[in-house]
Design a binder for this molecule. Sequence first.
Ligand SMILES: [Zn+2]
Length: 250
Amino acid sequence: MLQRSALLNEAAVVHGFTTRHGGVSAGPLTSLNLARRGGETDAALDQNWARVAAALGMPDAPIGLASQTHGVTVLDGDAATGPGRFELGEGDAIVLTRPGALIAVRVADCVPILLSAPGAVAAVHAGWRGTVAGIVERALDALLARASVGPEQVRAAIGPAIGPCCYEVGDEVVAGLLAVAPAEVALRPGPRRAHADLGAVNESLLRAAGVRQVERVGPCTRCSPDHYSHRREGEATGRFAGVIGLRARP
Ligand SMILES: [Zn+2]
């Protein structure tokens, strides 16, 4: 159900990247779908999120979620109340400083990024548009401001996303990515068109912003039977999540 980052585990950060296993959703959404999709029920979503929160050891926590738009808005996760899922509004990153809560971004090929600093955490949804627009830097800036620390204190986990093996892209994406990263980081030659590595671009953006501790976690989602993939399964597929939180103070 959950894949974790060794780097975040070392700092005892509550977190995980979900797989598509261990939930109650049926059909093309089988089984741990975590976002409103055609054919999904509120009861299944509630049950799936309850299982994720329980697996993270925080069954009663509010879970702050974003209505993702491929933009650069960073939401305040402290506004979430629970238990269970809580919609914070439109945005592509969430920052949390309130103990006893979780935040999450939902993906199916886009890049989920979890950031941790002493006293604050963030979750980031980075597709190619958000990556080019600077969503990971915006989220990092918000995290550093809320935690009052420097980037050297941040740990970053970049989760399962479509890899350069499968992410064939057109001229618009190539031009966008080359504006923010060198070709040797962003692109690979493909049999027809260029292939892109969004995870590598986001890692390079974090390192350029001074984050030294960055880990890549998980497989290519289009190659992996354990993840939802928009490229493989189309619009009907579900969403898995990158989840991070702060334990309640004892
Ligand atoms: Zn692949």
